[in-house]
Design a protein around this ligand. Structure first.
Ligand code: AMP
Length: 284
């Protein structure tokens, strides 16, 4: 495995790989890697000749009051995770390598980026779309692997990729969870012991919602109330949003019908956790 710090170095090794017909898999991350990230790498390693992982904490996707300054890092641990997943290249650029002082371009995706995370974190998805567009441009034609953990992000990236005709196939991979159901996240490290125990309520709430939809409930408000009620049983939980929405558009438009996504964002102290689950309405 090689670690590259510059765009030019990464482009050089990838163009050499392509010249002998190698296919490229790409996993963008912000580091502090866990088994959720490793699962994306493993899928890529199986499906492609060469796998690239980027590690870059993208300042553009953090709001002013968010955790950019305290975002956890562990470069040595990250490199071990990449190595044991069979990754070929790690791209770990400096802030200056990614954005010059003159950087004036933003990629904004409307529609799918507007509700939920977009409403709670106004500049977040423009920051995500901008860095992912840039990373796709640096890596070039590839298959790119994202986690369904960030469901809305994956929809935003998929929309952008189609709209800008980027030569990338985007895949959403399953959410990897701790044994007690908590979705793995770099931000789980912020949880105190009590918060960590209570945070398991999120998965339970999603499962209550899935059960309701799969037993015939099509009223999004009633599904959302059931999620809220379950989450409220955890005294340390502060709900940012819960939503039961069509899985692709993420905007409720009448009774739920077909593929549904249940999504939530809940704070436990310093940690803002997101999770989601898919389900399908009973066809009539
Ligand atoms: P991040 O480092 O948080 O930006 O995440 C990088 C990628 O890993 C994103 O595509 C995430 O959706 C994905 N990811 C994060 N946590 C998980 C998880 N628990 N299961 C699957 N994928 C995940």
């Amino acid at each position: 495995m090689k670690v590259m710090n510059t765009v030019a170095d990464l482009r050089a090794v990838l163009s050499e790989a392509r010249s002998v017909g190698a296919t490229i898999g790409f996993v963008p991350t912000m580091g502090f890697l866990h088994a959720g990230h490793a699962s994306l790498m493993e899928v890529s390693v199986v499906a492609n000749d060469v796998t690239v992982v980027s590690i870059y904490v993208n300042p553009l996707q953090f709001g002013d009051n968010e955790d950019l300054a305290s975002y956890p890092t562990d470069r040595a641990g990250d490199l071990r995770t990449c190595e044991s997943a069979g990754v070929d290249f790690v791209f770990a650029p400096s802030a200056e390598e990614m954005y010059t002082a003159e950087m004036s371009t933003t990629v904004a995706v409307s529609g799918v980026s507007e509700p939920l995370e977009g409403a709670s974190r106004p500049s977040h998805f423009a920051g995500v779309a901008t860095v992912v567009a840039k990373l796709f441009s640096i890596v070039g034609p590839c298959r790119a692997y994202f986690g369904a953990k960030d469901w809305q992000q994956t929809q935003v990236v998929a929309r952008m990729t189609i709209d800008l005709s980027l030569p990338v196939e985007v895949f959403a991979c399953p959410i990897i969870r701790e044994p007690d159901g908590l979705a793995m996240s770099s931000r789980n490290v912020y949880l105190t012991a009590d918060e960590r125990v209570q945070a398991t309520v999120l998965r339970r709430a999603l499962l209550v919602g899935v059960d309701l939809v799969e037993s015939g409930e099509t009223d999004a408000t009633r599904v959302e109330s059931a999620l809220r009620k379950t989450i409220s049983s955890a005294s340390l939980a502060e709900i940012d949003y819960v939503a039961a929405v069509p899985a692709q558009t993420m905007v409720a438009d009448g009774p739920l019908d077909g593929d549904v996504r249940l999504l939530l964002a809940v704070r436990f102290g310093k940690a803002r956790l997101i999770d989601n689950a898919g389900c399908r309405t009973i066809s009539t």
